[in-house]
Ligand binder design. Structure first.
Ligand code: CP
Length: 322
């Protein structure tokens, strides 16, 4: 692998998942692979899991990391081609990215969508400009529309759960919309749908209130169900996530959707479903205490698996650079 921006950059998905699971069993098994190489991690917004799990993964491979909170510590970047930079932007990405390409062997970047301009967000303009100008492999730590390291960890979590319990049937996986107090990106939901579809091992449904349909480019292949109770019947895994409207771009739609909060009584119709969420989560808004603190929650295991997902991706890129 060279760049890692989506599942489309993965040649053999099942191999990548297996490699992540193998790293979990033996974290230091490729501890010299990254020696003499350096990973730059740029953040345009906050992170707990992505930042630390990727640093741990890099350390396990002998890869040095430098983290730069570019939104707080760097010059304000300009991304518009031909911009007359007489406003508040100080440095063009055309100038900054090649410099970073001289300092690092791999560049990892977290951006976020504006949620105001769909075309601009869905063009992935920010991360694509780093790809264009850095001259080194670029890893998405979450972009405007996708969160591939999260999705790989999600597949690892389900695959491992199934392996350890000798699952014999195709699991029923349900991505359910959840309430939230503010508009959130569609990244995690888009990406989860894209990766589960590519995985091809699940019977996959998405449930949400009408108006929260995601981009079909990512969901195509999933069954869309507007009745959450119906969607949850016999589910083996429930992935909980809020997202703002894609069609009324970035909007939180009017109406009381608080009944979409997942609680223990909704699990009764499932196949004792395991519940996943990428975190951070707003307790008792997005997901109830009783689920998060109960035996069906996989959220901590899932966040732990972020290390092995990142390690598998970095190892694959380092192999390419050898
Ligand atoms: N799930 C996730 O990406 O968490 P952070 O925003 O804390 O990195």
């Amino acid at each position: 692998m060279y760049h890692f921006l989506s599942v489309n950059d993965v040649a053999h998905l099942s191999t990548l998942v297996s490699q992540a699971i193998a790293f979990k069993a033996n974290p230091r098994k490729r501890c010299h692979l990254g020696e003499g190489r350096r990973l730059g991690m740029l953040f345009l917004n906050p992170s707990l899991r992505t930042r630390i799990s990727t640093q741990v993964a890099a350390a396990n491979l002998g890869l040095e990391t430098i983290v730069f909170n570019i939104d707080k510590e760097g010059w304000k970047l300009e991304f518009e081609d031909g911009a007359v930079m007489n406003g508040d932007t100080v440095e063009h990405v055309k100038d900054a990215a090649p410099v970073l390409g001289k300092y690092f062997d791999i560049l990892a970047i977290r951006t976020f969508p504006s949620l105001k301009n769909k075309e601009e967000d869905y063009s992935e303009n920010y991360i694509q400009q780093f790809v264009k100008y850095a001259g080194i492999p670029v890893v998405s730590l979450e972009s405007a529309t996708l969160h591939p390291l999260q999705s790989l960890a999600d597949l690892v979590t389900m695959e491992e759960w199934m392996l350890n319990r000798n699952f014999t049937h195709k699991p029923k996986v349900v991505l359910t919309w959840a309430p939230h107090v503010k508009p959130l990106p569609q990244c995690v939901a888009n990406s989860f749908a894209q990766w589960v579809n590519a995985w091809g091992k699940a019977e996959f449904s998405i449930t949400h209130p009408e108006g929260y349909e995601l981009d079909e480019k990512f969901t195509n292949g999933a069954r869309i169900v507007y009745d959450q109770d119906e969607a949850l019947k016999d589910a083996d895994f429930i992935y909980v996530k809020n997202w703002s409207s894609y069609h009324s771009y970035g909007a939180v739609l009017p109406g009381d959707h608080s009944s979409w909060l997942l609680n223990s009584s909704k699990l009764q119709a499932t196949n004792n479903a395991k519940v996943m969420h990428c975190l951070p989560v707003r307790r008792n808004v997005e997901l109830s205490d009783e689920i998060l603190d109960g035996p069906n929650s996989l959220v901590t295991e899932e966040a732990g698996n972020r290390v092995w997902a990142a390690q598998a991706v970095l190892a694959s890129i380092l192999e390419h650079l050898r």
